[in-house]
Structures are given as C-alpha cells and as structure tokens.
Design a protein around this ligand. Sequence first.
Ligand SMILES: Cc1ncc(COP(=O)(O)O)c(C=O)c1O
Length: 391
Amino acid sequence: MLRTSFFKHVAQTSPEPMAIEISHADGNYLFDTKGNKYLDLIAGISVSNVGHRNPEVLTAIKNQADQHLHTLVYGEHIQQPQVLLAEALANSLPAPLTQICFVNSGSEAIEGAMKLVKRVTGRFEILGCNNAYHGSSQGALSLNGDEYYKRNFRPLLPGIRQIRFGNFDDLKRINVKTAGVFVETVQGEAGVRTAESSYFKALRQKCTETGTMLVLDEIQTGFGRTGTFWGFTQHGIVPDIIVMAKGMGGGMPIGAFAASEQHLLQFTFDPVLGHISTFGGHPVSCAASLATMRFIENNHLAEQVKEKETLFRNHLTHDSILEIRSAGLLMAVELGSFDKVLQTIRHCLEMGVITDWFLHCNTALRIAPPLTIRPEEIRSACEVITAALNK
Ligand SMILES: Cc1ncc(COP(=O)(O)O)c(C=O)c1O
C-alpha cells in the first residue's frame, strides 16, 4: 500500500530506488517493516556519523522543541542553539574562520560561498575540479565535473571552468581574474579521490598570490569522517571558506559556511541581507548539531577512524576487488564494472548490509558507515561483502 503510493506520488530520483520500507533506525542499523535488520554502511551518504537516533542528539532535539522552533530568520533574533553552535564551530576552526553563515543544505551552502567569493573579490570567474560534486542547485551544478548530469540543464552559470583535481600544472590557470577555487578536501562522489598535502599547499599559495579565495567543500569529509574533525587540517593549510552540511546535523537538515568576520561582513551591507534563508540555522537543527559535535569530541570518534579504516582494508580482500581508495571511513571498493557493483549491492542487501555506489563513479562500492561502527560489525560487514562477491 505504502509502496504503491511511494511509486505513484513521491517524485522518483532514479529508475531503481532501493525502496526498503523503513520502520525505524537505531545506532548503526536500519529496520524495515518486514522485520529485517540492516547494518548501515553508508550512513545516509555520510550523514549519520554519530549513528541513527543518537540518544544525545535526540535529547537535544526534544529539549529545543520544548523551548521554541522557528522564530525569525537567523541573524535577527539571538537564539541560544545557533549562537552556541557558531561558537563551537569557530573554536573547531583555525583563525580567521570565526563566523558562520547557516543555511539548510550542502548545495545551499555552496551557493552562498559562490556568492561570497564574487562579493569579496569583485571578480566572477570561478574554478571547480573535474569529477567534483558540490550539489544539485544551479550554481553547484555549474561547478560539478560530470557533464552527464549537466548537459540537459544548460545554460548554467557563466565564468566557470574546470581544473584537474590534484594536478599541479593546472594551478597555473588560477590568476588575478579568479574569484574563487572550489575543491573538495577528498573527492567523495568521484569515488574517493585524494590529493597530496603538497598539492593543497601549492593551491593555497597560488590563491594567496592571485588574491583568489580558496573554498574547501567539507560537506562529506567534515565532522570526523576522515580521521580528524575537519579533513583539511591534515594538509597544513587554512582555506578562506569552509563549507559544511551532511554529518553536521546528526540526522537533521542543516548546512553552513565559515569565513572570516571581515569576509562575511560583505553580506551585511550593500545589499543588506546579502544571503538569507527563512529556515537557515533552524534552532532544532542547531541543537542537534551542537550535540553531534560534543558526541564526536567526547567519544573520540574521529581518533578511532584510522583504526576502523585499517580493519576494513585488512578484511576486504577478494580477487574481484581491484583497488580500495579511502580517506578514513570514506571508502571506495573498486570492482571495475557497474554490473558487478549493482549485483554486490543487491546481494549485500539480501544479507542485511546496506552499501551503495558513487554518483560520479559507478564502478566502486561505497563504504561510509556511521563512525560509531564497532570492530565486530566491520568484520561481519566484510564477511558479507566477500560472500556477496563470491555469488
Ligand atoms: C562534497 C559534497 N558537496 C555538496 C553536496 C551537496 O549537499 P546537499 O545534498 O546537502 O545539497 C554533497 C552531497 O552529496 C557532497 O558530497
């Protein structure tokens, strides 16, 4: 019944949705209405870093709901959860990234960052990377790397060009006309592609030399996923803007970007209300996000990520696995063909493990579980994946 209405009335994102009828979720598991239990290896695409329905996040949500929901667009009223979250985020970031602009999603945060680089520099040319994924809205889409997802929506934003992620030669294309360069700290949807710290340092230097703003998209890598709270701190650089969402809300919708006070002040004047959103920084989402930050910190979740990554890598050995690319608990198991990936996803699902593929890399299996996944769950997940590959 529900299933029929799902297909009839909910706009379908793809021809073959997973279509599990979710009954409830708890910790590292999802449960369907038929009583099946699934170990979640994708965490709602890097969202549920602290596990599903994390008790501390739930308490924060309930307490905030008892106080107030939306009152007025953020930045007008002083609302405790927003202020405390902004302060905590600022404390987690290096100077001068002390101010936070709250929105509702990753794409929306990217849009805000695109506007900010134009407003601050007075330039309009923006560089993105090949294979990048920054979201589905028109600005974010303009930055994305994969032509298949763009071609039917043209014309997109003018002034946008692409450089190759990790390629030193392409840094020459950053010049005094470039307003900003948008880079994912780890390219998630490209199938987990990393770049050397020396690349990030050279990128930073070129941006500084040309007065270009460096924007790091930490929407998928933030909140502990790669083994540090923010991924970029592993490269010894400080960007001009950090963009965040996904794991930020502990399962609630929220996004934001952080920049210096001097830069974010540009949205205060000429025009006033330079970047606003009715629900941006919703107090319940902010309360959930603050609880998420505290949980990650108090339980040392980021510090355990490397060990868990190694456990996955050690237990995932099979002739069909061509390569494993990983950055902490953001992992791509390369199988070389979409058919093989789809088959493996299907077999894993039958055996109670949820995996997925990547938007711009359908030949690799996605492994990005809640950071709360336990060693014994990693071992049994790897057994299931191996059994699925054997079928
Ligand atoms: C790196 C990155 N940036 C941006 C986005 C877009 O975020 P949202 O789906 O919240 O708009 C995503 C979503 O997958 C992402 O992985």
